[in-house]
Design a protein around this ligand. Structure first.
Ligand code: KIV
Length: 266
């Protein structure tokens, strides 16, 4: 039987692919019930679930813990899990072991890692071990201190050429798909057209083969000071939750809750 990652790959050229992050049972379950094409247990969980100001503190243990929960919520959907900071940068061997751990213990169908040429040997080794790899180029949050902040990448001709070369190299190294984050639309479209693997954009315009968003951003369940321009917010769960909790607190304080229907009798 063809694996989920390979069938995802073969859908390039069809309707745009839908990917969303999910980090736990209920969000993964909602994503599967909505029929998304893939869920990503992203290391963005460091920001939106654990309250860190970057993805750098996220550990392998965090990723395994969250992906196990997400797997239970979405047993039938392609689940890609991020290799966190320092889990693949040190050596090819560590990269392979940690990718294997996400598959064995986290229930991943595929792993994702950030970067181009410097990680191409890691991609090759992981793919040769039978683990599908998704690449990630453009704004790569694990390199935020090198990039000098969360800003659009590939705006100069040299930077654009570098991204095109890296994208080609990742495809040649065996990636089954590629995430492009925060790059100009024209560049992302050219890259998507030049590759035979799906290019999934986040802040990369409409010319990609699919889109991914962080679920807390699209549901309005994020406490970020300012959402990036590329986010479309479909709900305001933070407000819904706050209002519900205020109502609950009022009910308890005023004696309206619990009412007769919430009580047991002898
Ligand atoms: O960690 C993450 O959520 C990601 C997406 C932004 C693509 O890598």
């Amino acid at each position: 039987m063809e694996g989920l990652a390979m069938s995802f790959r073969s859908r390039k050229g069809g309707p745009p692919l839908v990917m969303v992050t999910a980090y736990d049972y209920p969000t993964a379950r909602a994503a599967e019930e909505a029929g998304v094409d893939a869920i990503l247990v992203g290391d963005s969980l460091g920001n939106v679930v654990l309250g860190y100001s970057s993805t750098l503190p996220v550990t392998m243990d965090d990723m395994v813990h969250h992906s196990r929960a997400a797997r239970r919520g979405a047993p039938h959907t392609l689940m890609v899990v991020d290799l966190p900071f320092l889990s693949y940068q040190v050596s090819v061997e560590e990269a392979l072991r940690n990718a294997g751990r996400l598959m064995q213990q986290g229930g991943a169908d595929a792993v994702k890692l950030e970067g181009g040429k410097p990680v191409a040997d890691r991609v090759k080794a992981i793919v040769e071990a039978g683990i599908p790899v998704m690449g990630h180029l453009g704004l790569t949050p694990q390199a935020i201190h090198q990039l000098g902040g969360y800003r659009v990448q590939g705006r100069t001709p040299e930077a654009a050429r570098q991204l095109e070369d890296d994208a080609k190299l990742l495809e040649e190294s065996g990636c089954f798909a590629l995430v492009l984050e925060c790059v100009p639309e024209e560049l992302a479209t050219n890259i998507a057209r030049s590759l035979s693997i799906p290019v999934i954009g986040i802040g990369a315009g409409a010319g990609c083969d699919g889109q991914v968003l962080v679920i807390h951003d699209l549901l309005g369940w994020s406490y970020a000071k300012k959402l990036p321009r590329f986010v479309k917010q479909y709900a305001n769960l933070a407000e819904v939750a706050r209002n519900a909790l205020c109502e609950y607190a009022d009910d308890v304080r005023s004696g309206r809750f619990p009412a007769a229907e919430h009580m047991y009798r002898i």
